[in-house]
Ligand binder design. Sequence first.
Ligand SMILES: [Zn+2]
Ligand SMILES: [Zn+2]
Length: 220
Amino acid sequence: MHPYHGHKRDEILEALWTMAEDQLQTNADLAARVESTRLDTIVEEMIAEGDVVREGDKLALTEKSRPRAAQIIRRHRLAERMFCDLFGLEEQSWEASACTFEHILDETVTQSVCAFLGHPTVCPHGKPIPPGACCNGNHKPIEPIVISLKDLKVGQSGRIAYITPRTTRRLSRLVSYGVVPGSDVKLNQRYPSYVIRIDQTDVALETEIAKEIFVRVERE
Ligand SMILES: [Zn+2]
Ligand SMILES: [Zn+2]
């Protein structure tokens, strides 16, 4: 083992994960994301230990390293959600903290945060959050404070935390009704369609769309 490279190694795993999402694979792409004068040496060590695979000039995660990379990405993106949804902070004030938190959160805390936020599937940038053991819906130790609009009770109010629309067309339609993060909404009806009151106006939504709107509810 190479104890002094632990943190850099995590950074490399994280970079390889996000590079794959962005269709980037080369050494140069990695060097653009991870700063280290010893990058080549560390990558060689990781290849030797089966954490990184190189084919031609392309680098990738392996079956062995993917679960750990997923954990790091998961913690980072949950931390982003936490700063964004719970504390309502602007991105510039939480980006650095999210990077710190991904190294601090242990598995138990991560699961509590995940449940607390309603097991979110995307980060504030719209990137997928790898699911954890808590996300299968079988056990909910903590009642989430951010829930899908479709799970609101009639008469319940909240503030829109984030929206995960399947299409940009859908998003622009929602925006035109004022259905945007930060807006206060109240659910007035569930059947036959969802009707929310937003800014003195009633807006009817299909279930499919209601599912994609996440609301931060006030706890009594
Ligand atoms: Zn993000
Ligand atoms: Zn979860």
